[in-house]
Write a protein that binds this ligand. Structure first.
Ligand code: AP5
Length: 215
């Protein structure tokens, strides 16, 4: 098979980013992530679209979804530049899922299952390197030196949307908008559920095995 086209779904904090980095490395595919793309363009002027707010930041800091018009364009452009990919953070509602059907076919759809209490702990404890983007957790995956990135020595910061209040709103938006997307792929018989409530290496063993099985 040519390079695999992989979709990873799951709630905020389920470990999509953590697993995606490993998948991209192991299978040599592009990591296409709407969250990172939007964070890199948080203050982009989208006022010409006549939407409720004029920048992605306004939506993200409230825990709401950025409008489809912005996100669909990001994904279409990114997928047009690569064969294999691990797609992380999209689709997040049924309209985006239908849009993705028009853009590409998928070889495997993974869904990471993690309980809600664990999700809140993971997100409020997450720290991210301001320089290289590496992820840590104050309890589950702390850096050698508090507040400093092991990889590049950069400063570790908390994401603006990882406060307890915004995390709760993100989980509500997930239940309402993204859970139906998981059911959509489940109904099609293409979904593989993975228990995400284990150490990252154990989750990856199953993820890797699943991807290998479709190659
Ligand atoms: P996005 O960046 O996609 O955030 P998310 O889906 O909320 O996911 P996260 O990045 O928070 O979590 P993750 O599952 O990647 O977990 P991670 O590996 O980091 O989106 C942010 C915002 O952008 C959205 O709210 C929205 O506004 C906008 N947006 C993005 N896409 C959009 C779209 N398609 N449409 C509209 N708007 C969109 O892990 C989390 C923590 O847990 C880390 O600290 C990590 O170290 C730890 N951890 C990971 N795995 C484990 C494990 N197995 N055990 C213990 N700890 C673990």
């Amino acid at each position: 098979m040519s390079d695999p086209r992989i979709l990873i779904l799951g709630a905020p904090g389920a470990g999509k980013g953590t697993q995606s980095v490993k998948i991209a490395d192991e299978f040599g595919v592009a990591h296409v992530t709407t969250g990172d793309a939007l964070r890199a363009n948080k203050d982009m002027d989208i006022s010409d679209l006549g939407l409720a707010y004029d920048t992605p930041r306004a939506y993200m800091d409230r825990g709401e979804l950025v409008p489809d018009a912005v996100v669909n364009a990001i994904v279409e452009e990114a997928l047009s530049q690569t064969d294999g990919f691990i797609l992380d953070g999209y689709p997040r509602n049924m309209d985006q899922a239908e849009e993705l059907d028009e853009m590409t076919e998928l070889d495997v759809v993974l869904a990471l299952d993690v309980s809600e209490g664990e999700l809140v702990d993971r997100l409020t404890g997450r720290r991210v390197c301001a320089e290289c983007g590496s992820n840590y957790h104050v309890d589950f995956d702390p850096p050698d030196e508090s507040g400093i990135c092991d990889a590049c020595g950069g400063q570790l910061i908390q994401r603006d949307d990882d406060t307890e209040e915004t995390v709760k709103e993100r989980l509500r938006v997930y239940r309402e908008n993204t859970k139906p997307v998981i059911e959509y792929y489940d109904d099609r018989g293409t979904l593989v559920r993975v228990n995400g409530e284990r150490p990252p290496e154990d989750v990856f063993d199953e993820v890797e095995e699943t991807i290998e099985s479709v190659r």
